[in-house]
Design a protein around this ligand. Structure first.
Ligand SMILES: [Mg+2]
Length: 428
């Protein structure tokens, strides 16, 4: 037996209650004796499902980690998901493990209810760690729901509105000629109809403004000349600027080469600044990878300053939350181009979102045809002529290769720091 403090409210005049419960019962009955949970009545023809366990699989891939989630049930059906690797990944793992104690015993198909439970009872609006944890668990609940229904997840989201998912990949390279060559090679190999690139040479934070602006023009021109007039080119400033005028100067430098969009042209915190920027730039604007939930997208979409929103399904709150963001975007005549730099489970989750979302535009993609990415799943979704055909299996349609993941434990990592020439801290 152990004592579990159940703090019902912090309001003055209400004292905390003290419940004494058996630890096994505490773990089996989520959130201790906190609230009357949804009653377990049979829904449909299938027996009830109950969550019995939630497991987390962080694994080192490249220069960072990927974090996979597995939710198990009493009927032998399990689901998988992927949480964003924000940086302090141990924290994300701990939050998922804490949520497990709230969710065990619940029917995994009550997805909105369980999302509310995680979000509302966290009390403080989550940042990247909490929203990543919620997102990864939520994906797995959809996977279970699809498997239980015998349908791909997109068939539970209103059905499919397209047969295949358009993708693009980012081309790297230090010099303009190198990024141009990389873009050309990727298009030849994977038949992409769009490509993305950074306008930055090394040292954007420490170089004079004029150099940074001029070299951006040279880089985009080199890629445009290499790929021809009809390939769409996304240009990603990566929120390295916060001055509107600086982003405007760069936009004017690259406008002659007809970019598909200018991504994160300034930091995401100031919607007024983004709106001012949009009034001075002819290139379509894209942003949203650093924003969470419908609540953060409401002012952005309300300002009508973006042409594309780029929520990340591993951190924005999950599939249902991204569907809500997409619906808000649709009403604002804005299309959705999901941010997707994580692993192959994230790609699969995005495919189900994109399959069922009318204003989806294009998906960021990393090929899963070489190790280590190809080893993470038993069978990753395939790319065909720059598009991913829709999976047809029940659920998400992919399964983890747990043996490989267990052999590759997570590691401590951090993003590279960048300082300005005077020693002050830049943006990355
Ligand atoms: Mg980006």
């Amino acid at each position: 037996m152990e004592k579990v403090y159940n703090t019902g409210s912090s309001s003055a005049g209400k004292s905390d209650t003290l419940a004494t419960v058996n630890r096994r019962r505490f773990l089996a009955q989520p959130a201790a004796a906190a609230a009357p949970f949804l009653q377990a009545a049979q829904t449909g023809t299938r027996p009830n499902l109950k969550i019995t366990d939630i497991q987390v699989f962080p694994t080192a891939v490249g220069n960072r980690n990927l974090i996979f989630v597995k939710v198990l049930t009493d009927q032998g059906i399990h689901g998988i998901g992927e949480a964003y690797s924000c940086g302090p990944d141990e924290a994300t793992v701990k939050v998922i493990e804490d949520y497990k104690t709230w969710l065990v015993g619940q029917d995994p198909r009550n997805i909105q209810y369980l999302w509310d439970l995680m979000y509302n009872f966290t009390r403080f609006p989550g940042g990247s760690v909490v929203n990543s944890a919620i997102s990864g668990i939520e994906h797995a609940l959809w996977d279970i729901s699809g498997k239980a229904a015998g349908l791909p997840v997109y068939m539970l989201l209103g059905g499919k509105v397209r047969d295949r998912i358009r993708t693009y990949q980012s081309a790297g390279g230090g010099e303009p000629a190198q990024v141009a060559e990389a873009a050309k090679r990727l298009i030849e190999k994977y038949k992409y109809t769009a490509i993305k690139m950074s306008p930055h040479m090394a040292g954007t934070n420490s170089r004079p403004v004029n150099y940074v602006t001029r070299m951006a023009g040279q880089r985009v021109r080199a890629v445009r000349e290499a790929v021809g007039p009809d390939i769409d080119i996304g240009v990603d400033i990566h929120a390295k600027f916060f001055e509107v005028t600086r982003a405007i100067r760069m936009a004017r430098e690259i406008e002659p080469y007809n970019p598909m969009w200018l991504e994160e042209p300034i930091r995401p915190e100031n919607v007024d600044a983004m709106q001012k920027l949009s009034e001075h730039v002819e290139i379509p604007l894209a942003s949203g990878e650093c924003n969470y939930t419908r609540h953060e997208f409401r002012p952005i979409l309300g300002a009508q300053c973006l042409d594309f929103v780029q929520p990340d399904i591993c951190v924005c709150g999950g599939i249902l939350e991204m569907k809500k963001i997409a619906a808000m975007a649709e009403a604002a005549f804005v299309r959705v181009a999901p941010h997707n730099p994580m692993g192959p489970v994230a790609t699969a989750v995005n495919v189900h979102f994109a399959a069922s979302t009318p204003n989806f535009f294009i998906l960021e993609y990393h090929p899963d045809d070489t190790s280590p990415r190809k080893d993470i799943l038993q069978e990753p979704l395939a790319l065909r002529d720059g598009y991913i055909p829709l999976p047809t299996k029940p659920g998400l349609g992919v399964e983890l290769n747990e043996e490989y993941i267990r052999r590759n434990p997570p590691k401590r990592w951090r993003r590279g720091f960048e300082f300005r020439a005077d020693g002050s801290v830049g943006f990355i």
